[in-house]
Write a protein that binds this ligand. Structure first.
Ligand SMILES: [Zn+2]
Length: 284
């Protein structure tokens, strides 16, 4: 009788999971970890697992009414935009891409991905060439239309959101009026990452500049519209050391390094992320 009783107890313990319980939960953790692990981007730092842990631990207040807009100018770029999209997907954050028309034809898949993943597109002119677009109001409108036509192929409807290269301050009052009558909606910014600095910018500098800007805007009760850059399209990432191109590439990589921390800190301050539309407040 005794051995039989012992066998029954043992069987009961196994069935209730008190003995050798670690197998299946462990497998579950492994699977989850793999699923949550970000797709490795070319410029992402090696310590990704630690960052991932920081994400789930970040304070997030879905009930909060604080809204922030992340905007990325000058793309799409084959090298940088997909890395930005990877990070946004990982954090389930939406952003707005102010794209330049000349970069579109060779990056159609990147534009498609921006749309499919739920981000917004804005018109950042076709040429982004200051000498060309600011020669006359008509030149600006023509350049804007050229990019708009390309964008409409993807969206199926007119894209009326635009950002003037260099900011809305470059638009004369007459041109602003003309664009308004044509149904365009100008979107500026009130926070920048200083990531278009020709002298370059470290990841730490970009992060600090954004967060200081956000805190400054908070004091005025305005909605932060953050200007960042996913970069112009480049044929190569090779550049002579200390050249302007090398600094540009380095700064784009640094923005990608800074972005997760920027998103985490904005969330920790209670922000939710919106995409730019006609109702977006802020500088015009
Ligand atoms: Zn620009």
């Amino acid at each position: 009788m005794r051995p039989k009783l012992l066998f029954c107890c043992l069987l009961l313990l196994i069935l209730s999971g008190c003995i050798w319980p670690e197998r299946s939960p462990n497998r579950g953790i492994e699977v989850n970890f793999r699923e949550e692990k970000p797709s490795p981007g070319a410029f992402l730092p090696p310590a990704e697992a630690g960052e991932e842990a920081a994400v789930s631990g970040a304070a997030y207040h879905p009930e909060a009414k604080k809204v922030v807009y992340l905007t990325f100018d000058d793309g799409p770029s084959r090298h940088f935009t997909p890395r930005v999209l990877d990070i946004l997907a990982r954090y389930q954050v939406k952003a707005t891409f102010m794209v330049v028309g000349v970069n579109i034809p060779q990056n159609r898949d990147v534009v498609q991905r921006i749309i499919v993943e739920g981000h917004a597109l804005g018109n950042h002119t076709y040429s982004h060439d200051y000498k060309k677009i600011y020669r006359s109001p008509d030149a600006f409108v023509q350049d804007l239309r050229l990019c708009g036509d390309l964008l409409q192929e993807f969206t199926g409807r007119p894209v009326k959101i635009f950002r003037a290269p260099g900011g809305p301050g470059n638009l004369s009052p007459a041109l602003k009026q003309q664009l308004k009558q044509l149904g365009y909606h100008s979107v500026g910014w009130n926070v920048t990452g200083d990531d278009a600095n020709p002298h370059g910018a470290s990841a730490e500098h970009i992060y600090r500049t954004v967060m200081e800007g956000v805190m400054r805007v908070e004091k005025t009760n305005a909605v932060p519209v953050i200007l960042l850059h996913d970069g112009a399209d480049l044929h190569t990432l090779e550049a002579p050391p200390n050249s302007a191109l090398a600094r540009y590439i380095e700064t784009r990589k640094n923005l990608i390094l800074a972005l997760p921390k920027i998103i985490e800190s904005l969330r920790a301050r209670g922000y939710t992320f919106a995409v730019v539309d006609e109702k977006t407040p802020g500088p015009r």
